[in-house]
Design a protein around this ligand. Structure first.
Ligand code: HEC
Ligand code: HEC
Length: 449
């Protein structure tokens, strides 16, 4: 039977009326709930997201997971920071030396008088007492002072995620400004900070080497780098003799990305648990039987890192909020005028077609949805770092916010000093036959992401 247009219209109109009535009734019920002060499940979701965000940010910035037992109690790093005058050892770490090692100061944590003093040059940046004062204000990103001794020193010191994965905008002075959570600190010399610690015997025992060797290895990393895999496989150097450390990556723009780390060890909560337990040495729980493979991970297998049960679990309850907060951190937008728009538009066309970049870097994530893993051969590099991970592959790096971490270079180890060098590498590897102008257009596009 064929309905007339008018009949169909009547059906449509009456359906609409039914929907509208249902909607009004639902609204009224919702209003009633609100009037009675009853929370809907929507309210529960919204409140939960606020709570997760707030707790996650606190954890990211300030939580040591109890790792002061390692950095302070075991390595005695606080003694090197405070110096002999405050009960520690040596001259102590002045604010100038701390800034020189790449540590950053959160201007928002400082009283205005102190900010004014810094701006006037009236604060002695060569006095370790002022480093202690900054620490007690919770102003040094990622470094948490614990307790006080009778001579004004610290009982211990711990570190947080913010140490490596945040920086400041230098709005007050170089190294002093507003926080930028998620931006990799490419000034931070983690190795120099570790080798300041008076007692590295625990690390030496773990790696089965002596303390001078630990110091030499840590000092070989250089600014902006850390070697997370050293504590698993004990390999300090690549076959070419250069450091095996990798660049500290951004912890922004990660929402929607499946695998994390340069070599795709796992998801964000996987890696957060890994880092909090195995690298920061917080007290928690961690399970990954892949680390029991004594051939690939001799250090980890020896130390039982594949199954860690701390005395207390300070980590597991933080994983959900920490994950949520990290996914909320966007990649920063490029500053106005920092790239050539018309060249970038031409570069975008190349990226998506002739240069074949988008086969792996799929917009808007700029990595593959799915299992974004490739062998060294596929991208024209060696497999040394890939072979230090369970899947023996490199993960396609998400590319948003590239402009903000040019310092230290690109690819996991910074082997390409500039974006142009990256593009030239692909041009040669994939025999793309791009002209210099086309390569420049691609670079402008990469700067625009
Ligand atoms: C000592 C410096 C340091 C600290 C502290 C640190 N990280 Fe990292 N982080 C790194 C380095 C280096 C890598 C790269 C590791 C690799 O690929 O092998 C990394 C990788 C990551 C990644 C993967 C990023 C991506 O592109 O997929 C995430 C997420 C991350 N860290 C989060 C955290 C969190 C959360 C904490 C605190 C629980 C933390 N990190 C503490 C240095 C650090
Ligand atoms: C076969 C997949 C694949 C293709 C095709 C590809 N890439 Fe990549 N890209 C990767 C992988 C994997 C990495 C990580 C390499 C590393 O860290 O060592 C990467 C890293 C990069 C980086 C470095 C990011 C950083 O933060 O260090 C840039 C930039 C980049 N690619 C741009 C491009 C451009 C431009 C093209 C096209 C000319 C392209 N890629 C084509 C897989 C690919």
């Amino acid at each position: 039977m064929k309905k007339s247009a008018a009949a169909r219209l009547i059906v449509a109109v009456s359906m609409a009326a039914v929907w509208t009535a249902a909607f009004v009734a639902a609204r009224a019920a919702g209003d009633d709930n609100a009037a009675r002060g009853e929370r809907t499940f929507d309210d529960a979701i919204r409140d939960h997201s606020r709570d997760l965000f707030a707790a996650g940010r606190r954890t990211f910035r300030f939580d040591t997971f109890g790792d002061e037992h390692f950095w302070g109690d075991t390595l005695k790093l606080h003694q090197a920071i405070e110096g002999a005058r405050f009960g520690g050892v040596g001259p102590g770490l002045s604010p100038a030396a701390a800034l020189g090692a790449g540590l950053k100061v959160d201007a928002a944590a400082l009283p205005q008088t102190l900010v004014d003093g810094i701006l006037r040059g009236a604060v002695d940046l060569n006095d370790p007492a002022n480093t202690l004062a900054l620490l007690r204000l919770n102003a040094v990103l990622g470094v948490v002072p614990i307790g006080s001794t009778s001579n004004g020193g610290l009982q211990s010191v711990g570190v947080t995620c913010a140490l490596c994965h945040s920086t400041v905008d230098d709005s007050v002075a170089p190294g002093i400004g507003r926080r930028r959570d998620g931006w990799p600190n490419r000034d931070l010399n983690v190795g120099a900070i570790i080798s300041m610690a008076p007692d590295l015997s625990a690390v030496a025992a773990l790696l089965q080497v002596d303390q001078p060797t630990v110091r030499a290895v840590a000092n070989s990393w250089g600014p902006g780098k850390f070697d997370a895999e050293l504590f698993l496989d004990g390999k300090p150097f690549r076959p070419d003799g250069r450091t095996a450390a990798t660049l500290i990556p951004p912890a922004f723009g990660l929402a929607g990305v499946n695998q994390h780390t340069y070599t795709g060890w796992g998801s964000v909560p996987y890696w957060n648990a890994f880092v909090a337990n195995l690298e920061m040495h917080g007290s928690g729980t961690f399970f990954d039987p892949r680390l029991n493979d004594a051939a690939q991970f001799p250090v980890a297998a020896r130390a039982g890192m594949g199954n860690v049960r701390g005395d207390e679990d300070n980590v597991t309850s933080k994983l959900a909020p920490l994950h949520f907060y990290q996914l909320a951190i966007p990649a920063p937008a490029p500053p106005a005028g920092s790239f050539d728009r018309r060249a970038a538009a031409r570069g975008e066309s190349l990226f998506n077609a002739r240069a074949r970049c988008s086969t792996c870097h799929v917009a808007p994530l700029f990595t593959e949805p799915g299992w974004a893993m490739h062998t060294g051969e596929e991208i024209g590099i060696d497999n040394f770092q890939a072979d230090r991970s369970p899947d023996h592959r490199y993960r396609t790096t998400p590319l948003k916010g590239l402009w903000s971490h040019a310092k230290g270079g690109f690819y996991h180890d910074g082997r390409f000093a500039t974006l142009l060098a990256v593009v030239q590498h692909y041009d040669a590897t994939f025999t793309l036959h791009l002209t210099d102008a086309e390569m420049n257009d691609l670079v402008e596009y990469l700067k625009s992401l």
